[in-house]
Design a binder for this molecule. Structure first.
Ligand code: SAM
Length: 325
């Protein structure tokens, strides 16, 4: 079992397979970075997997593939199959913008993928375009349909933004209700890479929008999930709120993150990371295990979004497209 320096059990590894993305979402990567990580610095699937085996052997039982846009990485299904074949019972999921799902969903399912989290920030073509800076909605909706058709579990992530998609919270929720899938509203997390003019919505404001139409009951957090769940009285539908600005958010944090170039990151907010690249390139399992132990020891107690002040310099410098969110 993996325990961090604050006594929390860590059983969840998020693996970003690329920082590249085919969208330019305003809250994540509004502009192409000055330079991408050179391809030769990316770890191969075999190298990533060597570390993942160490983590799985020590107690990780949940893995999420993310990015950038993970479906941009060639042969992703072969990577998924590697993980699935090693531990068929592992809770294996992927986060995607769904743009490439129409042509990949079946292969991902056949490789052993169980679940997808899909970003859907708007149901209006022009607003989806404004957020992603590309005409994406039609293809994203096709991707969601395809994922459901092939039998993948689907959850939807929406980041409500003031004056942009804040009037679509109920629409996106009802779209999900009709399809029997869960939506999770994610508070916008301020960071240096995002468009500086963006203003997110706090959990309370998001819930107030839902309450304009529905009566809701708080259910609580589901284990170590970052999502606080609510139930709609009128029809029993359950949705989630991911509220990193709340003080209790980090209490049960169970996750660490691995980037495509091998940086092992203990917290989404902070820059600190240690590299496993040298160990896995040399096939040094002991070395990789030692880096993992050090990262767990150093895992911060909590993020700083909880006391975020937009007037202070202290904004997270971590790029979401690098860590995978
Ligand atoms: N490209 C994939 C996608 O669009 O889902 C995976 C990577 S993306 C970085 C993973 C998640 O992070 C998405 O649900 C996205 O909405 C979320 N995200 C990115 N930047 C964020 C921010 N500043 N605040 C809140 N959520 C963010």
């Amino acid at each position: 079992m993996l325990i961090d320096g604050h006594g929390r059990t860590v059983n969840y590894l998020r693996v970003s397979v690329t920082e590249r993305c085919n969208f330019r979402c305003q809250y994540c990567m509004p502009e192409k970075p000055f330079s991408w990580v050179p391809k030769e610095n990316l770890l191969s699937f075999e190298e990533l997997f060597l570390f993942m085996k160490v983590a799985m052997d020590e107690g990780v039982n949940k893995i999420r593939i993310t990015g950038g846009e993970p479906l941009l990485r060639e042969d992703l299904d072969s990577f998924i199959k590697m993980i699935h074949d090693y531990k068929p019972d592992i809770d294996l999921a992927l986060t995607t913008n769904a743009y490439l799902l129409p042509q990949t969903a079946q292969r991902l399912k056949d490789a052993g993928l169980k679940r997808l989290n899909i970003s859907l920030d708007s149901l209006k073509p022009e607003i989806a375009h404004k957020i992603a800076q590309k005409d994406v909605l039609n293809q994203v909706l096709k991707g969601i349909d395809k994922a459901l058709e092939v039998g993948l579990g689907v959850k939807i992530n929406m980041v409500p933004l003031q004056g942009i998609n804040d009037n679509e919270i109920i629409d996106v929720m009802e779209y999900c209700m009709k399809r029997g899938i869960k939506v999770r509203f994610i508070e916008y997390m301020e960071n240096r890479h995002a468009n500086i003019d963006l203003r997110g919505m706090h959990g309370k404001e998001i819930l107030a929008k839902v309450k304009e139409k529905y009566t809701i009951h708080a259910l609580g957090r589901e284990g170590a999930s970052p999502s606080f769940n609510y139930k709609i009285e009128e029809n029993g539908y359950e949705f989630g709120l991911i509220d990193p600005h709340k003080h209790d958010f980090c209490e049960n944090c169970n996750r660490i993150r691995l980037t495509a170039e091998g940086n092992l990151i203990p917290c989404l907010y902070f820059d600190e990371a240690l590299s496993i690249a040298k160990s896995v390139k040399e096939g040094d399992i002991q070395g990789a295990a030692e880096v993992l132990a050090q990262v767990l020891k150093d895992k911060p107690k909590e993020n700083r979004w909880s006391d975020f002040d937009p007037n202070e310099e202290d904004v997270s410098t971590r790029a979401f497209y690098e860590t995978g969110g």
